[in-house]
Design a protein around this ligand. Structure first.
Ligand code: KG4
Ligand code: ZN
Length: 348
């Protein structure tokens, strides 16, 4: 069975992993650029590319050492070909293809969302095909029907902002650090549920599409209304409570829409398994609400382990391993990255 090296570099995380077809995940490592970008309040693409260059080879060496492998043992190299930041993708693609050429093994370009989509299969218990997948990341919000590796049908998606983007933009308006999703979730735990109710966009639209861009306008209006920059200690603590209350309302609005549309997707397809993937899948409130609904409605929900919810190399190595089971990989080392790439375009 095959040993696959996986390289993820689509955005602000350099992820590397070694996955073995029989022994499973042998080792993985991640370098996050969050601290570097937080100074700018968001990802600076050129800085991201340069940082990937600095970290990818040391991470590959570290992972090989941890797994007790030599690079010569590797049977194929999987890398994120898109979608993502073009410069960042180019770093992973060029290293993967150069290394694959040197080792005389195939290089396999993987769709980043396919990596997320298949990542719950790394956990135990794992879902079985077919299932509905809720993909909720910083750039995407999609519901897919998954019948097997490479068999993905889009059921619905966001018409504007992604759920992660709604978390991040609302967090920014509340003065929280980048990336705002986890920070907003933390603040929301101190919020008073009765205080604010934000709109649930497209909750009753009758389809499986989403829209989150109106949410940030609603948050902006609320923050202005409550002038969250009080100067006296009393005013400051009031402002702090109000920020927590708004954070709570934002999280509730996003979570309710995601849960309700996931339930509709299960009803529409008649399937009984839901897989949640992507960074927002780490959100505890979303998990709690989905688990509760699953218990009530008789379906099962599967999540990747928390460390594999956000970007990582393990999901890319794993997707590469599954791909190799499906088709023979060519030794073609010309590479092109796909910053914009529709998952539906993947043809096996
Ligand atoms: O999948 P991911 O790591 O990167 C992309 O491919 O986009 O997702 C990142 C997104 C960010 O928007 C981040 O704020 C959000 O996932 N996120 C969360 C949580 N952890 C990460 N959002 C809400 N609650 C969380 N706990
Ligand atoms: Zn991602």
């Amino acid at each position: 069975m095959k040993l696959i090296l996986g390289i993820e570099s689509s955005c602000d995380e350099t992820g590397v992993a070694l996955y073995h077809g029989e022994r499973g995940l042998l080792a993985h490592a991640l370098h996050t650029q969050v601290a570097m970008h937080s100074e700018y309040g968001g990802v600076v693409p050129e800085l991201a590319s340069r940082d990937h260059i600095r970290h990818v080879l040391p991470l590959i060496r570290a992972v090989a050492q941890e797994a007790g492998c030599q690079l010569q043992d590797v049977d194929a190299i999987a890398y994120t070909q898109g979608p993502g930041l073009s410069g960042a993708l180019l770093v992973g693609a060029s290293i993967a293809c150069a290394l694959a050429y040197a080792l005389d093994v195939p290089a396999i370009g993987i769709h980043h969302l396919e990596g997320h989509l298949l990542s719950p299969l790394l956990s135990d218990p794992a879902p079985e095909f077919p299932f509905v997948a809720l993909l909720v990341s910083g750039g995407h919000t999609q519901l897919m029907r998954v019948d097997g590796v490479g068999k993905y049908d889009l059921l619905g998606e966001t018409l504007d902002d992604a759920a992660g983007e709604a978390f991040d933009k609302s967090a920014k308006l509340l003065g929280l650090d980048y990336p705002g999703g986890p920070e907003l979730a933390k603040l929301a735990t101190r919020g008073q549920p009765w205080r604010f109710k934000l709109p649930r966009p497209m909750l009753h639209s009758g389809d499986l599409d989403f829209s989150f861009s109106g949410l940030k306008t609603a948050v902006l209006t609320l923050t202005r209304l409550h002038e969250l920059d009080g100067q006296s200690p009393d005013e400051q603590s009031m402002a702090e409570q109000t920020r927590a209350d708004i954070a709570h309302a934002v999280q509730e609005a996003i979570v309710e829409v995601l849960v309700s549309k996931s339930l509709s997707a299960l009803k529409q397809t008649g399937l009984k398994q839901l897989v949640v993937a992507g960074g927002v899948g780490a959100n505890q409130r979303l998990r709690a609400q989905l688990d509760q609904t699953a218990n009530k409605r008789g379906f099962r929900v599967f999540y990747p382990d928390l460390e594999f919810c956000t970007d990582n190399g393990a999901m890319i190595a794993f997707a590469g391993a599954l791909r190799l089971q499906q088709q023979e990989a060519k030794r073609d080392y010309r590479f092109n990255v796909k910053p914009r790439w529709d998952l539906a375009e993947i043809i096996y």
